[in-house]
Design a protein around this ligand. Sequence first.
Ligand SMILES: [Zn+2]
Length: 702
Amino acid sequence: MGAMSEMKQKEPITSRWDDQFAATLSEPELLLYRSNLLGSDLRITNFGGGNTSAKIMMTDPLSGEQVEVLWVKGSGGDLGSIKLDGFSTLYMDKLQALKNRYRGLEHEDEMVGYLPHCTFNLNPRAASIDTPLHAYIAKRHVDHMHPDACIAIAACRNSEALTGKIFEGQLGWLPWQRPGYDLGLKLEKVSRENPQLKGIILEGHGLFTWGDSAKEAYETTLAIIKRAEEWLQANIKQPVFGGQAVEALPAEERAALVARLMPLLRGKISKTEFKLGHFDDSDAVLEFVCSADLAPLAALGTSCPDHFLRTKIRPLVLDFDPAAPSFERLVEGLDAALDAYRTDYSAYYERCKRSTSPKIRDANPIIYLIPGVGMLSFAKDKATARIAGEFYVNAINVMRGANGVDSYVGLPEQEAFDIEYWLLEEAKLQRMPKPKSLAGKIALVTGGAGGIGQAVARQLLQEGACVMLTDIDGEALESAQVALAKVAGKDNVGTVRANITDEGEVAAILEAAALRFGGVDILVSNAGIASAAPLEETTLEIWKRNQDILVTGYFLASRSAFRIMKQQGLGGSMVFVGSKNGLVASSGASAYCTAKAAELHLARCVALEGAEHGIRVNVVNPDAVIRGSRIWDGKWKEERAASNKIDADDVEEFYRKRSMLKLSVFPEDIAEAVYFFASDKAGKSTGNILNVDAGNAGAFTR
Ligand SMILES: [Zn+2]
């Protein structure tokens, strides 16, 4: 771990404010500019965390008069990418009038219901729970950030004294309180009574800062965070986390272990909802999971509400000794560890629940820490799993800072529960759109860079799956990834270049899928070639090449996927992209037709063995999918044209006319059929064949 202990010196936080550019902006645009600058630096605030506001004079669309309007980041979204429509707008005079409605702390949740009545200009963006915090601070421009360095100070046992000492009277301090209406009133009081303050530290939570202009607010926020970072850097006692207790495994061993572990673990925690995994073994994580204080600190739970809403209050620390690494022992202990965690979580729910609390949610851990290896996070989709991991890294940074200068304190259990099971949070969850049909599923598509492969990947992504693409053509693979990531987001598309005929490389594909997403649920075996030659001119080389790619390739991919699906215990679906030629002999293509027929039979054999594990195997038979096909780009087209005695340019037309329905078949048509078999819609189908060939009587199955 040698190099790791000298943590990389971070670049200093510096102002990126551009006066010339700012001079061209209106007040709302200045707020947007400041928000994007702040939100795009993870040291300043975590993803989706924090909010900004400005109180701006605007023309009332009703009266035509100038009124004061609060622009404040609305519910949802992220400051780094927010646009003007991400802000709610509310009349300040109405927000002030709300004070007459306030009946006291035990009724503060009802104040949220009044906020829509304060909406300015029919803005549909819902106001967030933090709106009163911004509204009542007696300053025009207000930032609320969750910087690790400030939360670290906020999470110290002696947070108040440290705040005074570090910021020399520039910042006020308020004890922990759940964000809401009442906290808004407290912030108002402190900011009014202490006009010299530049902001406030909220215990166990984060930072408020403000200014008379957008630029002043922005630069004050940066200066305060910079001060906190520098002070911590200078004062953290070494070694952090009680020093290193174990040596990290080498990087490739960490990855290999996690690739084996993820599908097993995923299977155990996905019984009611499929989950996706994320692995992180960055320096900050390794320092923590190799440290002496790992277990006691992990048990204290996270502090900032933003953190534990994403990570649950506590992670699960797995029992693993990197000095005597035993995968078998790690796996043996898994059930008991998960059981203990779930029991503990249920007990926490029972201890803390109130008569109005929502029902207990999934009791499985979200964050898994493995000594010497790193951190896994699991959630209902890949981005959420990744972000949960990032939030736990924030929590690690907070513990590092707080414990380095004082002693770290987590939130009191009841407070944490009241936030986790807050009715307002529950309402947010209830408002989420229904999950898509393949949500939480992981699909592997071979031949993923080709026309059919990409169309299939696109459809599976649109239905909510994550997709691992593999292809032998690395360049084509890269451009396929770029195109698909545009549609479905970078998180959801992975690639691995591999030769499907090589046993070791196929195993590596599945390992890559496990490491990146946590396993595999859907295999679309699609990698293909085609060749045509009369029997006498079919060389042994042509014959073997067809066998290698179409038969051995399908065998290797299905065998590897089968093993992982079986380990997960969550069933699975394999879809072989076959060909009409698997059913119908075609003259001058014996090598290709025979190999395609073998694929078909392989599918049936795997279907037979897979049934008891809930693994379904079906075949989609395309015919003459010419558009977008790399197979049809080259010699094959000429060979088929010659064999049918037509011009190569007329091939598409020829096949269309030959079909019973007189239609061309496109990659999207194949994708539709593959999706059907891949999804639960075909949950009772296995060993089947679906022809997508615009009708060909010779291929009718019987
Ligand atoms: Zn906050």
